[in-house]
Design a protein around this ligand. Structure first.
Ligand SMILES: Cc1ncc(C[n+]2csc(CCOP(=O)(O)OP(=O)(O)O)c2C)c(N)n1
Ligand SMILES: [Mg+2]
Length: 281
């Protein structure tokens, strides 16, 4: 959590609502964006930024910070939405999303955006980069955690499994990885493209302390993050999050989808209204 804002934080669900809202506002600017993914991962990001991580938004490179590595670069819109909510970016910059010279390119670039720890785009690299960061932090005697988010489609990448093996080999208890199992990827449902189940058993067999939760149940997410941080064994920690693309906007959640959810120009405002309705419910 932001170490410079003592004690008065909005409830996690309110942060998740605002992260979803920020993502929809950015999506509306460009008329597109990976909005289904931003809506599905908002609860995880709310807990990461408001219930788990240490950081100083005015000093993004603060040495004592926990690191958040976004492996799936196409989720950048989701991370930007969280970085706005966490105070790394001023609200007026939302409308620059995806435009020339913006600090918010469609795919995450570490050198452009405060709080963005790695450049994404080519999938499958976040976990091994996180392993290197964890080793480096341990060597420096730091007690910071490295969080990395990757997606179920990335389980098809060999480098992910090298990361899984090497993190366990080096007993990286400062690594907390989150995999977003929305059962979607570019070519169809993830489980049909490349079978990865039973995922928990596989990860445990590789040596990871593994939890599987409903990634849209914010209390369950908070408990899993707490367990991951406090687990006593010298093992890396994985949180497998089952999520629903479009979560928070019922008509998008129900829409037939395949990696990309189609949103017509007039529907962005409808989506914002539907999100507001859910907030009041
Ligand atoms: C190495 C690599 N291969 C292919 C792509 C093209 N690509 C972009 S997103 C994506 C789907 C990845 O799966 P996932 O993130 O689970 O999809 P989503 O849940 O967002 O639908 C693919 C194949 C890429 N960016 N990098
Ligand atoms: Mg997916």
């Amino acid at each position: 959590m932001n170490t410079s804002e003592a004690g008065q934080r909005a409830p996690l669900a309110e942060h998740a609502y605002r992260i979803r809202r920020n993502a929809l506002l950015m999506g509306e600017v460009q008329g597109q964006g990976y909005i289904g993914q931003a809506l599905d991962i908002a609860d995880v990001l709310a807990v990461a930024y408001f219930g788990a991580m240490r950081y100083q938004p005015e000093n993004p490179e603060w040495e004592g910070r926990d690191r958040f590595l976004l492996s799936n670069g196409h989720y950048a819109i989701a991370l930007y939405a969280a970085l706005f909510e966490a105070g790394f970016l001023p609200p007026e910059e939302l409308e620059t999303y995806g435009s020339d010279d913006s600090r918010l390119p469609m795919s995450g670039m570490a050198s452009y955006t405060p709080g963005m720890e790695m450049s994404g785009g080519s999938l499958g690299h976040g976990l091994t980069i996180a392993v290197g960061r964890c080793l480096g932090l341990k060597r420096k005697g730091s007690d910071a955690f490295v969080y990395t988010l990757f997606s179920d489609g990335e389980l098809d990448e060999g480098a992910i499994w090298e990361g899984i093996m090497s993190a366990a080999h080096w007993k990286l208890d400062n690594l907390i990885a989150i995999v977003d199992v929305n059962n979607q990827q570019a070519d169809g449902p993830s489980t049909q493209i490349m079978a990865f189940e039973p995922l928990v058993e596989k990860l445990e067999a590789f040596g990871w302390y593994t939890q599987r939760i409903d990634g849209n149940d914010i209390d369950a997410v908070q408990t899993a993050f707490d367990n991951a941080r406090n687990h006593p064994e010298p093992r890396p920690r994985m949180i497998v999050c089952d999520t629903r693309m479009g979560c928070g906007v019922p008509f998008l959640e129900e829409r037939e989808k395949n990696h990309f959810i189609r949103v017509d120009p007039h529907e962005w405002q409808l989506a914002l209204a539907a999100l507001d309705e859910g907030r009041q419910a």
